[in-house]
Design a protein around this ligand. Structure first.
Ligand SMILES: Cc1ncc(C[n+]2csc(CCOP(=O)(O)OP(=O)(O)O)c2C)c(N)n1
Length: 337
């Protein structure tokens, strides 16, 4: 491997500690996700929707943004993204167990519906792509208030066919708003493959119709994701407007625990894409430059296993919301506003 490649993260301004933390969060999200699938199969939780295969894209993007300053409008596969922003595995477990202490919705929403004021994570709604015009609204606020934050919104490839996507991108392009649109193109919208949803070669190509750049990136390459999102943020802050980023990934799991993906794709196809997994690739990079090894990996895996175990037990034992609290957050109460 050439030296330039070996030290790519340093050229991007990332420290060794930061890239190790990126790797840890990618692995933490993966392990949380795998536990979620098991908990659903064991009948402990009702439903799980997985982000396996999308972690590198999410972590690369999150590290290029500014926590506590930027606004985040994630979609349901973004566990690695929200963990990078500051949510904990305990928070995620409370959500999938639908417990009262769930910071997203007090156990009322489906899993993967994030919303956490403390971390500038804007609450999302179940109809896909509604978060796109919301993100454009946040970017409009930044421009009107002359504040230097960006809004960052994610969605799937199927979602880029919704009216909300096109209306949002058009408005943002016209007004040159500081918003980053990131499509996590995992090749499927439930059972519908990419070539049956989208007429153009790349989703990134759609940006030109709205007057701003569209960039397609290998979403399994965490450092390249970081580079592209960082540039998009700098453009936005300079007042040059939005960027559409298409992170090319593959949805390794079925759409959700309610889906049988073998009805519309083969195991061979899935296995072929698993070879591109961004997590082992990044581990190989870290080992190649001598900042990671077997012993460090073993210690990290042990810590992650313990964190997942403790969070699972906490989520499992935590109380459900009480029936009397059903109408809370539906109508304003004294002290809510
Ligand atoms: C407006 C709307 N239509 C349909 C659905 C049902 N639905 C939930 S997820 C999904 C697939 C979305 O695919 P994509 O945007 O590619 O994201 P992915 O799930 O592949 O990550 C659909 C059709 C919905 N939630 N909202």
């Amino acid at each position: 491997m050439a030296i330039a490649q070996l030290t790519k993260h340093r050229q991007l301004g990332l420290s060794d500690e930061q890239v190790i933390e990126m790797y840890r969060i990618m692995m933490l999200a993966r392990k949380f996700d795998e536990r979620g699938l098991i908990l659903q199969r064991a009948g402990k939780i009702n439903f799980h929707v997985s982000g396996i295969g999308q972690e590198a894209a999410q972590v690369g993007a999150a590290f290029a943004l500014e926590n506590q300053k930027d606004y985040f409008l994630p979609y349901y596969r973004d566990y690695a993204l929200v963990l990078s922003i500051g949510m904990t595995v305990k928070d995620l477990m409370l959500a999938i167990f639908a417990k009262a202490e769930d910071p997203n919705s007090g156990g009322r929403q489906m899993p993967g519906h994030f919303g956490y004021k403390k971390h500038n994570i804007v609450t999302g709604s179940s109809p896909v792509t509604t978060q796109v015009p919301h993100a454009v609204g946040f970017a409009l606020a930044a421009k009107l208030k002359k504040q230097d934050f960006v809004s960052f919104v994610t969605f799937g490839d199927g979602s880029s066919n919704q009216g909300d996507f096109h209306e949002g991108l058009n408005f943002a392009g016209v007004h040159k708003l500081p918003v980053i649109f990131m499509c996590e193109n995992n090749q499927y919208a439930i059972s519908v493959p990419y070539h049956k949803q989208v007429g153009c070669a790349r989703i990134a190509d759609r940006a030109i119709g709205y007057g701003f750049p569209g960039i397609a990136v290998d979403g399994n390459d965490v450092l390249e994701m970081y580079r592209v999102v960082k540039e998009a943020r700098e453009r936005a802050i300079r007042g040059e407007g939005p960027t559409l980023i298409e992170a090319i990934v593959y949805r390794v799991s079925p759409h959700s625990t309610s889906d049988d993906d073998m009805a519309y794709r083969t195991k061979e196809e899935v296995d072929k894409h698993i070879l591109n997994d961004g997590i082992p690739k990044f581990r190989a990079y870290l080992e190649g430059i001598g900042i990671w090894n077997e012993d460090k990996e073993a210690a990290m895996q042990q810590e992650i296993a313990l964190e997942i175990k403790e969070a699972t037990e906490y989520g499992d034992k935590a109380p459900f919301p009480t029936p009397e609290s059903t109408l809370r957050y539906v109508y304003a109460e004294e002290g809510d506003l």
